[in-house]
Design a protein around this ligand. Structure first.
Ligand code: PBG
Length: 331
């Protein structure tokens, strides 16, 4: 082991001595082109309100969002994932599928400002109802089948506003099938579904719930999101979403689920996305700010690790910063 046939040890360090050599033999590369940047749209104008649990990120009103996407495009960020914080919440989550809802307005504005920005939208109800749940709630139960038509309506309204991709994150069973059928029926057969196929019930979503005002009022999301200890179940979830018509499957969160990313990469040939979620972002940010680690190095290491695990695309709140570093030749 480690010896050649003359009984000498192998000099693995030969390919590591200089930056040039390391760069040449690098097996995995990180490119801004494969990063997608999440953004949070709010009503109003002139709003740029910092999200305290996610330093460096802000709630943006639609006018500010226009400025933001122009800046992103200049930096080389070519795709975004939009979330909306609605003006009001009701039990049927009506703003989720309102043609004039916050996400729909945001999509139209972004596509107007930067037509070739790839705009994905998060399809879920949790921001839009007072219970803060991903589906319709009756007697304390999150209903599955009753929720599906509302998700389909939401996805269609996003496509009608000009979304390039719809990304259901609700984890109701059968939603990909329902959304696909609804899109096709309305003439949006060209709009792909990026399904949050493998989404675990994770503590790492904590900061996002402040960002999206989507904390559940009661209970948790464990009746629909996956149980973190499960690995084989991820294969079943991905398989059923692909059978239902998903074009892209996603694993979320990312860092604690690298084995799952690798499993899906090896098992399926579908494009695979990994979502480095809010808690993963905030942990690195917090430790960086405390001076406990080198933030930039930690960010790049965390992202290249996801690519190495097998992710084609990474959804990350660091995308804008990474694009800046790429500009400076640091990647
Ligand atoms: C909505 C949704 C969530 C996230 C993305 N879409 C929150 C949740 O499921 O509780 C989390 C994103 C993040 O933490 O960055 N269902």
């Amino acid at each position: 082991m480690g010896e050649n046939d003359r009984g000498e040890f192998r000099r693995n360090r030969r390919l590591r001595w200089t930056p040039g050599m390391r760069n040449l033999w690098r097996e995995t590369r990180l490119e801004v082109d494969s990063l997608m940047y999440p953004l949070f749209a709010v009503h109003g104008s002139g709003v740029r309100e910092p999200i305290s649990a996610m330093p460096g990120l802000e709630h943006l009103s639609v006018d500010e969002l226009r400025r933001e996407v122009v800046e992103l495009a200049e930096l080389g960020v070519r795709s975004i994932l939009l979330f909306g914080v609605p003006a009001h919440k009701d039990p049927l989550s009506s703003e989720a599928y309102d043609p004039d809802g916050i996400v729909q307005r945001a999509v139209r504005a972004v596509k107007e400002e930067v037509p070739d920005m790839v705009v994905a939208t998060d399809v879920c109800l949790c921001q839009y109802n007072p219970a803060g749940h991903c589906g319709i709630v009756r007697d304390g139960v999150i209903l599955n089948d009753e929720t599906l038509p509302l998700l389909a309506k939401t996805a269609v309204s996003h496509a009608a506003a000009g979304a390039d991709l719809v990304a259901p994150s609700d984890m109701m069973d059968g939603r990909v099938k329902m959304i696909r059928a609804a899109l096709d029926e309305r003439g949006f057969e060209h709009v792909p579904v990026m399904s949050y196929a493998v989404k675990y019930a994770s503590a790492f979503y904590g900061p996002f719930r402040e960002a999206a005002h989507s904390s559940p009022r009661f209970g948790d999301r464990r009746s629909h999101q996956m149980d973190p200890p499960n690995r084989r179940e991820a294969i079943r979830e991905a398989k059923s979403d692909l059978e239902e018509g998903a074009d892209v499957i996603m694993v979320k969160p990312a860092m604690a689920y690298l084995d799952i990313i690798r499993d899906l990469r090896e098992r399926f040939d579908a494009p695979l996305a990994a979502y480095q979620v809010s808690g993963e972002y905030s942990m690195i940010k917090a430790a960086g700010r405390m001076g406990w680690l080198d933030e930039r190095a930690a960010v790049l290491e965390s992202l290249v690790g996801l690519r190495r695990a097998g992710a084609d695309v990474i959804i990350t709140y660091f995308a804008k910063e990474v694009a800046r570093w790429a500009r400076e030749g640091i990647l």
